[in-house]
Design a binder for this molecule. Structure first.
Ligand code: PNS
Length: 175
C-alpha cells in the first residue's frame, strides 16, 4: 500500500490545505493528515480541536485518516510506513524553507517529499493570514469550510472578550 502523509499545523485547516489533501488522496492508496507542532508558531486551537475539525471536513475522502504527532515527522513516517511526505507549494516564497525541510528529512531517514503546486486560487492563502484578518473583523468566509469558520470566530470572540475583561480589571485596579 502506498501511503502518504500531509503534515502541517492546520491551525485551522483552510481550503488551501483541503486542495492538497484531496489531490493527494487521488494519487495514493491512503493519506494521513498529521497535525504536528510547529515550534515557531503560537496556536489558536489545541491539537484535539484541530483533529476534530480536520476529521469532519475530510470525512468524504474515504482513504484519508487524521492523526497527530509530537516528535519528528520522519519518525512518524517510519512508525506508519509512509512512502512520501506531500507538501503544498503556494509560491516561490515557500520553496526555500520547504526544500530545507525536505532535504533534512531525506538525510535523516531517507523519506521523500513530493511538492504539489497548489491551485492558483489558493496561492495567497495561509492559516496565519486568515486568523489575522478574522481577528480584525475581515471576511474570510471564502477561505474556510463553514464549520471551521464558525469555530474560529467563536474562539476569536472569546479571546477578545477575555482581553477586554483584563483591560477593565486593569483599569479598576489603577483607580
Ligand atoms: O503547517 P506548517 O506549520 O508549515 O507545518 C510545518 C511542520 C509542522 C510540517 C514542520 O514544522 C514539522 O515537520 N514539524 C515536526 C518536527 C520536525 O520534524 N521538524 C524537523 C523538520 S526538518
Amino acid at each position: 500500500m502506498k501511503r502518504a502523509v500531509c503534515p502541517g499545523s492546520f491551525d485551522p485547516i483552510t481550503y488551501g490545505h483541503l486542495d492538497v489533501i484531496e489531490r493527494a488522496s487521488g494519487l495514493f492508496d491512503e493519506v494521513i493528515v498529521a497535525v504536528l507542532v510547529n515550534r515557531t508558531k503560537a496556536s489558536l486551537f489545541n491539537v484535539a480541536e484541530r483533529i476534530e475539525m480536520i476529521t469532519e471536513v475530510t470525512a468524504k475522502y474515504k482513504n484519508v485518516k487524521v492523526d497527530s504527532w509530537s516528535g519528528l515527522l520522519v519518525d512518524f513516517c517510519s512508525e506508519h510506513k509512509v512512502s512520501a511526505i506531500v507538501k503544498g507549494l503556494r509560491a516561490v516564497s515557500d520553496f526555500d524553507y520547504e526544500l530545507q525541510m525536505a532535504q533534512m528529512n531525506l538525510q535523516l531517514k531517507e523519506v521523500d517529499t513530493l511538492f504539489m503546486a497548489t491551485t492558483p486560487a489558493y496561492s495567497f492563502l495561509s492559516s496565519s493570514l486568515v486568523k489575522e484578518i478574522a481577528t480584525y473583523g475581515g471576511d474570510v468566509s471564502a477561505h474556510l469550510p463553514k464549520t471551521v469558520l464558525d469555530l474560529m470566530q467563536t474562539r476569536l470572540a472569546k479571546i477578545k472578550s477575555s482581553s477586554n475583561n483584563d483591560h477593565n480589571e486593569d483599569g479598576k485596579a489603577g483607580r
